[in-house]
Design a protein around this ligand. Structure first.
Ligand code: PHE
Length: 354
């Protein structure tokens, strides 16, 4: 018999193969168009009948043997490859999970949401204005003329002005939005204005940029009693203290007359402030009846209309409500601070969208 067509020899060769590509070339070598077995089959026609029968049977058995061996080996190699892949791609469930950070709501934002929720339920809508304001909106319209000593209460940053236009400032309070709103709409007005404000100040209780919320209510007959009721309700709700102790203290603002500041009582124990009751007083906001001059400056007839305004610092509200002691932490962008004092978005009770 021709060498290479021996079952043992074939089995031996196949056993040494361990790649599908090698197996394929082996197959071609035997049963391809010009393969060893194929040519032997072809040459059968030159033989005598008796030889043809004998050799034909033999070649057939080789062919069947070859086909089954090839198939077995193919399955074997394929299984091997799958197992190897599984081994390589196996997930190591003992690995610690990758850390993923969820954002937190900054206490300033949280406080603003709370304030909006409470005043929103009293019928106030939210307004906003630009951080860079005209001198007129920030001071003059609010009855603080240039060179008036009251300007010193609110020392600010002036924006360089090369065009000779009216001087611009970083707004020192949210009150200029009152002016914008009164110039653009008619009473009744009932707005609050949360936003960024700026003053040239920096220590543990002052930062050059801080936040205020302004309130303005103008109609035909609102008076000081309404102002008091509104602010008392707000603070009781904000601090969640029904019997909150407070007092109104006469004060001065050029844009309100009469003016007052509102204080809340507190106690300090082991360095921690407890708000609501006690013998100490903490100033929390400024307020008053809108000065008729401001109404006139904003084209509102002060004989027909009157109302009140108030303004308070968001940082202070936030520090008191959440027990934060140093104001500078608000703006350091320290992740540990934010993680500690921040709020989980899903825990937030606020429905406000800003
Ligand atoms: N704008 C004042 C301030 O920043 C606060 C205030 C607002 C007082 C409205 C009275 C009325 O100090």
């Amino acid at each position: 018999m021709s060498s290479g067509l021996d079952k043992n020899d074939i089995a031996n060769k196949i056993s040494k193969i361990n790649k599908l590509t090698e197996l394929e070339s082996f197959r071609v070598q035997y049963v391809g168009k010009k393969g060893i077995l194929t040519s032997e089959m072809k040459s059968l026609s030159t033989l005598s009948n008796a030889e043809k029968k004998e050799k034909g049977q033999y070649l057939n058995s080789i062919k069947i043997f070859l086909e089954t061996e090839l198939k077995k080996k193919k399955n074997f190699i394929e299984n091997l490859e799958v197992n190897e892949k599984l081994k390589k791609e196996k997930i190591d469930i003992t690995l610690p999970p990758r850390n993923y950070e969820t954002g937190k709501i900054h206490p300033i934002s949280q406080t603003i949401y709370n304030v909006i929720d409470i005043f929103g339920s009293m019928g106030f809508s939210v307004e906003s204005g630009p951080d860079i304001e005209s001198d007129f909106n920030n001071f003059t319209a609010l009855n603080i003329p240039s060179h008036h000593p009251a300007r010193e209460m609110q020392d600010t940053f002036y924006v360089e002005n090369s065009s000779g236009d009216e001087e611009k400032v970083l707004r020192t309070h949210t009150s200029p939005v009152q002016v914008r709103h009164m110039l653009n709409s008619k009473p009744p007005i009932r707005i609050i204005v949360p936003g960024r404000t700026y003053r040239s100040d920096s220590d543990a209780t002052h930062t050059p940029m801080f936040h205020q919320v302004e309130g303005l209510l103008i109609d035909n007959n609102s008076n000081m009693a309404h102002l008091k009721g509104c602010l008392i309700d707000f603070l009781k709700e904000f601090f969640n203290i029904d019997d909150l102790q407070y007092r109104f203290r006469p004060s001065y603002f050029p844009f309100t007359e009469p003016s007052a500041e509102m204080d809340v009582a507190y106690t300090k124990k082991d360095g921690v402030l407890k708000i609501g009751k006690g013998n100490e007083w903490l100033e929390i906001l400024g307020c008053g009846m809108v000065n008729p001059r401001v109404l006139e400056n904003c084209n509102i007839d002060s004989q027909k209309f009157q109302g009140f305004a108030f303004g308070m610092g968001i940082e202070r509200l936030s520090m008191l409500k959440f027990g934060i002691t140093d104001m500078r932490g608000f703006f350091d962008s320290d992740f540990r601070w934010l993680n500690h004092y921040g709020f989980n978005p899903l825990d937030s009770t606020s429905s406000s969208g800003i």
